[in-house]
Design a protein around this ligand. Sequence first.
Ligand code: CA
Length: 225
Amino acid sequence: MKVLVVEDEPGLAEVITRSLEREGFVAEVAKDRATALHKTADHQYDVILLDIMLPGGSGLDVLRQLKHDGMAANVIIISAKDSLDDKLAGLDLGADDYLTKPFHIAELHARVRSVLRRKAFGGAATISVANLMCDPEQRRVTVDGLELPLHRKEFDMLTYFLLNKGRLVSRGSLAEHVWGDHADESADLDFIYSQIKNLRKRLKQAGASVEIQAVYGIGYKLVEA
Ligand code: CA
């Protein structure tokens, strides 16, 4: 899961980013309005944490662009300005939640998980495909009820495939979601091939009734076997 932290205060941005990474997220930072607009136009994020008062303008502009582009990111406004106006403007523009600074990191994590559950998992805490069950909060996967141990990146890849079940996932977008914004700029995405190979092997050994199919030259697709 990939999170964009739009926050101009370097200390706070770092605390949030590090804590999200410890929770298993890929986290990117945008320190001003222009960077936030570029990043959200060029990359996909599962969650965007959005400060309102930014160098160069308002975070609400980012929200307007997302809405204009029809992007499905989950947006949580994080703002020191706790005026009702700001909150209403943000929610009006399609933000999913609002958190007033200062906040506890644990509270932020809870909100991030909550918006992800609401949107990505249709309100459920887990996602099930065939005999495979994935619990993103516990970072746990089971096959026929038995735990399937996965390395961190294998888990991230599998979750991304499950969320996109039956849909083509390009190697670039997989790289971005699992390794971060700049992974897709790397000329050599061959590392994905070996990661996929390992993941397939683990799924097969565990008897999972899902298959990661290669779509030649483009990417992969997870289907029920
Ligand atoms: Ca600010």
